[in-house]
Design a protein around this ligand. Structure first.
Ligand SMILES: [Zn+2]
Length: 388
């Protein structure tokens, strides 16, 4: 007690000084806390993981005949918010499975991947394909989506993983079937080996009128019915996404593309119209699951489950309706993204930190080619058994 009364006496004697010290201490604590928060916020956006050695890349060569990439615009981490059993096809493909030939296909899935900032489509898809953050690839600013649609391209110091792959395998063929034309027009370079297909309202009517043949008779019948009645935006994207997927199925039936990419847009469209917690958004996510089922069935029928690498990726999420629909900001639902990968060299479980710049190095490593020296993305920890 004597000690405390001594301290109290001292404080009384130096009242002014004590107040100043208390204020300075408080400010210092606040500054340290702020810097820690800012630090973790900033560094969470930076890729961590492996840059595989030449030997590791060489060992990965030839392990897959092809990669199928399902790009779902604006789905964020919503896969993890759907009710149990609501996405049976997604669960089948990205839960890990054993093929009819006995091959074990493992899956690595995270729902806490991180989009690059700002959470705009153009910035993110360009970062995903070109392996660097927006200030480097140069697709920045508020009009970036339109600029990509009009053909603006990333700084060529940062090749897409498609261009990078084709420098090692110039004879290979690549397919990109998109509901959002910006990816074909701006994100992916124009290269003779890359077949680009854009699907929009005109495609819809071409299918309905029979001027564009499509493999799935039921889908054509459905599109004919739907185009006869006046639809609305999300319905249109739902149909166009179905065409985008059907064209991947049809195209890959006659040509074994090393990389087949598709870009689906109905989830993003529903998010813009209604926010991520509304029925239309959930319905769009469910429909994406139906499309995943069609892809799975087609690849299974061809005996391709053993030697295909499957990826589902997205650019950003969407705000809740009550927060004002859309995206571009910093909230968790806009920033957090699902990244799912399934293949026989994948390690079953949850990967380490995934950032959207990691897509390019992940695909490159899996296909046994070196990442471009200029890329910032890495191969996340705990994603491939051979790297850990
Ligand atoms: Zn988007």
């Amino acid at each position: 007690m004597k000690v405390f009364s001594g301290i109290v006496e001292k404080i009384k004697a130096n009242k002014g000084k004590t107040v100043v010290i208390a204020i300075v201490a408080f400010v210092l604590v606040c500054a340290v806390v702020t810097l820690c928060c800012l630090g973790s916020y900033v560094f969470n956006r930076f890729a961590t993981g492996y840059v595989p050695t030449d030997e590791q890349v060489a060992a990965a060569k030839g392990q897959y005949k092809r990669v199928l990439i399902i790009g779902v615009d604006g789905i964020g981490d919503y896969v993890s918010r759907m009710e149990d059993g609501a996405m049976p096809n997604y669960a089948k493909l990205f839960g890990g499975f054993t093929t009819a030939n006995g091959t074990r296909v493992n899956a690595s899935v995270t729902h806490t991947g991180v989009a690059v900032y700002p959470t705009i489509s153009a910035q993110n898809w360009t970062s995903m394909f070109h392996g660097v953050r927006p200030p480097y690839h140069g697709i920045t600013g508020k009009n970036s989506n339109k600029e990509l649609e009009n053909g603006k391209q990333a700084d060529e110091k940062y090749p897409s993983f498609i261009k990078n792959y084709l420098t090692y395998y110039p004879e290979a063929k690549v397919l990109s079937s998109c509901t959002w034309k910006a990816v074909n027009n701006g994100v992916i370079e124009d290269l003779p080996q890359v077949k680009k297909i854009n699907n929009d309202c005109n495609t819809l009517y071409a299918v309905a009128n029979g001027t564009l043949g499509l493999g799935d008779g039921d889908l054509v019948d459905y599109i004919r019915q739907q185009t006869a009645v006046e639809g609305y935006a999300d319905e249109t994207y739902m149909l166009t996404d179905a065409i985008t997927v059907q064209r991947v199925i049809d195209e890959t039936a006659t040509e074994d593309y090393a990389i087949a990419y598709m870009h689906l847009n109905q989830v993003d469209s529903a998010g813009h119209s209604y926010g991520n917690n509304k029925h239309a958004y959930i319905r769009a996510v469910s429909h994406v699951d139906v499309l995943i089922g069609k892809l799975y069935a087609a690849y299974e029928a061809r005996g391709w489950l053993d030697d295909t690498l499957f990826i589902l990726c997205t650019d950003h999420g969407h705000r809740y309706a009550q927060d004002g629909t859309g995206h571009g900001g910093n909230s968790d639902v806009e920033v957090n993204v699902t990244f799912a990968i399934a293949g026989h060299t994948v390690k079953q479980g949850t990967p380490g930190k995934y950032v959207n710049t990691d897509l390019a190095p992940i695909v490159s490593y899996a296909l046994g080619v070196k990442a471009a020296d200029t890329w910032q993305g890495k191969v996340p920890y705990n994603m491939f058994a051979a790297l850990d």
